[in-house]
Design a binder for this molecule. Structure first.
Ligand SMILES: Cc1ncc(COP(=O)(O)O)c(C=O)c1O
Length: 437
């Protein structure tokens, strides 16, 4: 594949466009654990693309399923009509969800899943006669994609401040990041369960009868890998129950084996009312997202509606045949290769490797859960994020794909990796950190 010579038309997302176009770094192929860069060298993928290629690159079974679907039924609407693959994909996905969350709404991305979940929560409260419950609660440092709903409940300043007043009636709980008490925690940090009580503060301020739902990432990813403190999610669940507030887990990155189970809900033993997903659902081979909804929530919205459409929401491509085929094939690959279990088996080796970075230059924290690693660097005085960005570029140029967010390195490799890949990732990272000021 040759490199395009005009880079001006593509306005790249979440990118320093001027910096990139002055010094482009591109991929032209991918297979297994590696990308091939346009410059010709192999790049070991320590981020599963963008937290999404959980089964590794170029999976023939998934590619073939997409090819076959495209050749058979390129598109069929799912508004008042449908096609069989969409139903099959939904049934298969429902089997992986925690008990009771067996109604599936399809979207095309994580952002759409989040906005869909928030709308379902509002529709549900109204359907059950609690129409005053319109408030949505997120959390500081939360990332829920880029729709207006998602950035409103999200808690990352940079993603919000260019876009006006956002949704009204939104509030945020405090985040759980606490280096003073929890630095270098292995797995779930010991301190911070009491931060869930922040929801009580919000209830006391606004009244529970104005709150529809709370949304959190069980493990916050894009803000830099924040593992929930021990007992935190349980406490959040209990407070939601006490006040009849719906609990939404945004599992766009945590679902599909990333934490060694089908969902983080399963891993942490806390069942929300709604789960949002995307990314690993199709191994990222074609876009698809989904929202799993507790059956009673679905039934309440559907059964309380008058004749006709029950939920005025949907996307032209909800349950697209290519995406549905890819999802079914991807779930087959996960099951047949036991990839979720494999992630659990590798977790302690991965954890030791993540924490070996404690000795590397500039590192002020290491954290991990499942096959996720977060390595926080000391920011350069007066120039936050610069050091991590240099590490990112140097890694790419020398054959390793990492992700950086602020001054935090976030790692989430394909679940097919083995110990030699883990050694290579952390060996290279240590080497690169030693060369960066
Ligand atoms: C937790 C979470 N929610 C939502 C999204 C948005 O997904 P998408 O980029 O597919 O819209 C992401 C993306 O990283 C995410 O991590």
């Amino acid at each position: 594949m040759s490199e395009p010579n005009d880079l001006s038309a593509f306005w790249m997302p979440f990118t320093d466009n001027r910096g990139f176009k002055a010094n482009p770094r591109m991929f032209v192929a991918a297979e297994g654990m590696h990308y091939t860069a346009a410059a010709g060298h192999k790049v070991l993928d320590a981020t599963g693309g963008l937290w999404c290629v959980n089964a590794g690159h170029g999976r023939t079974r998934i590619v073939e399923a997409i090819r076959q679907a495209a050749g058979t039924l390129d598109f069929a609407p799912t508004f008042q009509l449908a096609h069989p693959l969409a139903f099959e994909a939904a049934s298969r996905l429902a089997l992986l969800m925690p008990e009771g969350l067996d109604r599936i709404f399809f979207t095309n991305s994580g952002s759409e899943s989040v906005d869909t979940a928030l709308k379902i929560a509002l529709a549900y409260q109204r359907a059950r006669g609690q129409g005053t419950r319109t408030r949505l609660i997120g959390r500081e440092r939360g990332y829920h994609g880029v729709g207006f709903g998602g950035i409103s409940v999200g808690g990352i300043l940079g993603n919000r401040r260019q876009f006006g007043t956002l949704l009204t009636g939104v509030d945020h709980m405090r985040h759980t990041h606490d280096l003073a008490r929890n630095a270098f925690s292995r797995g779930a940090p010991q301190h911070g369960a009491e931060l869930a009580d922040d929801l009580e503060r919000i209830v006391a301020l606004h009244g529970a009868d104005t709150i529809a739902a709370v949304i959190v990432e069980p493990v916050a990813g894009s803000t830099g890998v924040l593992v929930p403190p021990q007992g935190y999610l349980q406490r959040l669940r209990a407070i939601c129950d006490a006040h009849e507030i719906l609990l939404i887990f945004d599992e766009v990155i945590t679902a599909f084996g990333r934490v060694g189970t089908a969902t983080a809900s399963e891993r942490f033993g806390v069942t929300p009312d709604i789960i949002t997903m995307a990314k690993g659902l199709t191994n990222a081979a074609v876009p698809m997202g989904a929202v799993a909804v507790r059956r009673e929530v679905h039934d309440c919205v559907v059964n309380s509606a008058g004749p006709g459409i029950e939920l005025f929401h949907g996307y032209t491509y909800s349950g697209h045949p290519l995406a549905a085929a890819a999802a079914i094939a991807t779930l087959d690959v996960y099951a047949e290769e036991g990839l979720f279990e494999k992630a659990i088996e590798l977790e302690s080796y991965w954890e030791d490797a993540v924490h070996s970075m404690k000795r590397a230059r500039h590192v002020i924290d290491c954290r991990n859960v499942g096959l996720i690693g977060g390595i926080e660097l000391e920011p350069r005085p007066g120039a936050p994020t610069k050091r991590a960005m240099e590490v990112f570029h140097r890694c790419f140029d020398t054959g390793l794909l990492i992700r950086v967010t602020g001054d935090i390195i976030a790692l989430s490799p394909p679940l097919i990796l083995d110990k030699s890949h883990i050694d290579a990732i952390f060996g290279k990272l240590t080497e690169v950190l030693a060369t960066i000021d």
